[in-house]
Design a protein around this ligand. Structure first.
Ligand SMILES: O=C(CO)[C@H](O)[C@H](O)COP(=O)(O)O
Length: 224
């Protein structure tokens, strides 16, 4: 199975996972990226079976609307029942690196609100130790050099994502060469750097379920 087929398979599996739980008032959070896009496309035929979606990026909101799927802001809903999103890496505790697409801040906010976070990915994303994928950090532009120095002191090699501006008007530093043996501690340490808006290490809020597509089909993992 090639990469696109795996994305479509895992998106279809996420929809199968959700279907028994869909009610007229269900609110679904929607992630960002190519796998999340496959889920948006899979969701279109059942758009009458839930209330509304909340998108984690302008790009996802546009794609949802293009399918006629209703989108509301997070501030106009009183809860998010499910959040479905991809990831750049996942470990066996279902802690994640996210933000390859630069939407990490809104993704982390929707994930924080969601009752259940369903992560969808192909099996190449499951790793023993997070960190080979550069960790995206969203930064207030004027704090770029200060934050970069702090990230170096934590052992990383920050690289400015040239020409990229987040939906929130900020910049991204992608931090290379981190071997994240202690995700909870590192998440807190980076949160504590003044000028950091948010970053893509999801350790305190891991996924609840990881659907992983491989050549033999889609398997469901819970945190171990
Ligand atoms: O965090 C993300 C976007 O900010 C994506 O979920 C992550 O980059 C995975 O993307 P893809 O499904 O295209 O591999």
């Amino acid at each position: 199975m090639n990469s696109d087929a795996k994305k479509q398979a895992v998106a279809a599996a996420a929809l199968d996972y959700l279907k028994p739980h869909l009610e007229n008032d269900t609110v679904i959070g929607i992630g960002t990226g190519s796998t999340a896009n496959c889920f948006i496309d899979a969701l279109a035929p059942v758009r009458g079976r839930f209330a509304v979606t909340v998108a984690s990026s302008e790009a996802s909101a546009e794609r949802l609307k293009s399918h006629g799927i209703p989108v509301q802001s997070l501030t106009s809903v009183d809860r998010v029942d499910f959040y479905v999103d991809g990831a750049d890496q996942a470990n066996s505790a279902l802690q994640l690196i996210k933000g390859g697409g630069g939407a990490l801040t809104r993704e982390k906010i929707v994930a924080a609100v969601a009752r259940e976070f369903i992560c969808i990915a192909d099996d190449s994303k499951l790793v023993h130790t997070l960190g080979e994928f550069p960790l995206p950090v969203e930064v207030i532009p004027m704090a770029r050099s200060h934050v970069a120095r702090c990230l170096v002191s934590l052992g990383g090699e920050p690289v400015y994502r040239d020409g990229f501006v987040t939906d929130n008007g900020n910049i991204i530093l992608d931090v290379h060469r981190l071997s994240i043996a202690q995700p909870l501690a590192l998440e807190e340490a980076i949160n504590n750097i003044t000028g950091v808006v948010c970053h893509g290490l999801f350790a305190h809020r891991p996924a609840d379920v990881l659907l992983l597509a491989g050549d033999a089909g889609v398997r469901e993992l819970r945190a171990s």
